[in-house]
Design a protein around this ligand. Sequence first.
Ligand SMILES: [Zn+2]
Length: 511
Amino acid sequence: MRYKLAMILISGLIWIPGNALGHGLDDVLERAADFLGGEQSLTALQQIEITSTGTRWVLDEGFEPGASRQGTFDMDLQWEVRKEQLRLDYDIETPSFGVTRSVIEVVNGADGFTDGQDGNFAPPGTFAMSSDRVESIKRHQRLLNPQVILRELLRDDGDARLRRHHHGLYDQIVIEDNVANITLFILRETGEISHLKTKTSDLLRRDVPLVITYSDWGFFGSGVKFPTQIEISLDGELVHREQRTAVRAGAELFLAEIFSIPDNLDAERDLQLQNRGNGHHQTLQSMAAFGFPQDGFRLNIASTEITPGVWFLGGTSHNSLAVVQSDGVVIVDAPLGPERSRAILDWVKEEIGSRVKNVVVSHHHVDHAAGVREMAGRWAGVVVHESVRDFWNDVFRNPSRILQDAIERKRSWRPYDVRITDYKELVVLEDDNTPVRAFPYEQTHSVDSVLVEAGGVIFVVDTYSPGNAPAPDVGRAIVEAVEAQGLTPSFIAGGHGTFITWADFLAGLPQ
Ligand SMILES: [Zn+2]
């Protein structure tokens, strides 16, 4: 924020409310509309078909924090812009998982469904889409298509304001928005929309800048110009590159039936999920493209006491371990987001009659760590690996105003008890009955992955999921690391999958 304020002072920016200088905004809108093919063609825009090919990166799912390349997509989009109806036909390749899959996403107003293989390892089928995914698709496509935003402005510019730099290359149109204001940068000389800036709530990093650049505009014979090259950067990292190979615009390109939702699908509209989808739209879209959709709150907790005081918290796609110590509970992993963390905190209160005093992070990946901030904001100390110290410093410092969490609410006075360790020595959260030990092992999943042991239970995340067969090298690495610590566990539990006896695990190792 401070940086932004300084920029404003340096550049001599002035604010001109749209209604106070209406013709100024109108001038800019007109120039942009002329560039795009004229106001008449734009406002007449009804149906759009776009064929594109692209590459997707996903934040904080690679070896180190940041964006890592996850795959490519071919997409056909059919969009009835007057009615919030979209049909997206995807072919997606995710080489790191050796998966090629096809999925169709259909959005019709507040409802939607998927048809095909929506996840890398999900069974194919036709499923109702949860409200968060619906909203994330609508917001994503809207931001990728500023000509549609311009169309909305031309039809009703009540929520737009104009900013004008004294010496800048651009006129800026600021569009008020429930998630975060959207600023369109329009080249003064030509009226071309060069880029867009807004903010989004990353599931883990929280409020971060989102910048979308558009280039190589073309008519494709459609009467309205579309950008051919589009890039999205999220918190400064490239996460999406799209090239359009064909565009059509018209009034009778397709029939309304292609957006019909099958009667047997019972999609429940949920306001909180809609807010989640709008706020986290980029995370939800990138995780869906990655083949691991993160739709829904996933609050169900199925708890099992594996050994005395050591609880397996399952019930959904991602698991945690809860270790009962004399002065509080240690949670290993806070996956999926603040909402599940709150469910875990409530479970600890109700089932154990205690509080969470520490959360140990198995590794920094967004799906397993997105609830850490919530626990930190509710008094839990956090144990993270030194290799990702800077990353966590940023994560804890970021605001979370778009979708509030506990740190955002307690920002002014909560000091964070973050324990940074290089794991050169065994990390032990001491207790007379059930100490918690965390230690690294040889793996290539992430720079900060550790194994955690408590009460004879080993907790392992992502490199191996009990219930499945371990990869030979991972299985060996786990055994070696556990033996090097002089531990003789009785069970092994996973961040995915379930828990099995250590004996069964050893017996299942490839010879
Ligand atoms: Zn992971």
